[in-house]
Design a protein around this ligand. Structure first.
Ligand code: SAM
Length: 179
């Protein structure tokens, strides 16, 4: 009986926490679709080196495969929501990726800065958040840094390419270079 209550309490707590963070950030931790993931990975050159960042990494559905595909790269996962962040950390117990760093941060906080060493950024955030992040990306990242945005555009930037994909959930991918 006590065990049942404990399980119920954990389910209620994690669900409520996730819902609160969805409301606060305006986006759920829904992962990129299989098709869009494949397409996003293909946009990264096979011999890619340097640091790759996922802005809002959710459950880690992009960062774990990227850390495996690019063992010479350092992959950074930034996530604010505690439940997906914890799930990402726990996944690390079974899928060890020494080149993956997971951080629980609010990227919109004034004090937060992106690493200047970043060579590529992937994200699946709504345009409002991307618009708020844009000045930071312009301030912190080197001009020419590759930005791959799933589904949503970055207001104020002109995309280098827009890839239409046959996918009901994620119909397009925007490619940018930091100006
Ligand atoms: C749609 S999910 C994308 C997950 C993953 N990048 C993917 O494509 O599979 C967006 C994630 O961004 C996170 N997020 C939204 N705003 C954030 C912020 N200000 N700082 C950190 N993470 C944020 C959300 O909590 C959510 O998990």
């Amino acid at each position: 009986m006590l065990f049942d209550y404990a399980v119920l309490a954990i389910v209620l707590l994690t669900t409520s926490l996730s819902l609160i963070y969805c409301v606060v950030t305006g986006i759920s931790p829904v992962p990129s679709s299989r098709g869009s993931k494949k397409h996003m990975f293909a946009l990264l050159p096979a011999d890619f080196s340097g640091e790759i960042v996922d802005l809002g990494a959710g459950w880690g559905s992009l960062v774990y495969p990227m850390a495996q595909m690019f063992p010479e790269c350092s992959v950074f996962a930034y996530e604010i929501s505690p439940v997906p962040w914890l799930a990402m950390q726990l996944r690390g117990l079974f899928q060890i990726r020494r080149n993956l760093t997971i951080e629980r941060v609010n990227m919109l906080k004034k004090s937060f800065s992106f690493r200047a060493e970043t060579a590529a950024v992937v994200c699946y955030l709504h345009s409002e958040a991307l618009e708020k992040l844009r000045p930071k990306l312009e301030r912190d990242l080197k001009p020419g840094t590759l930005i791959i945005s799933n589904v949503f555009d970055i207001p104020g930037w002109h995309p280098e390419a827009i890839h239409e994909i046959d996918d009901g959930f994620c119909p397009q991918i925007y490619v940018y270079r930091v100006p």
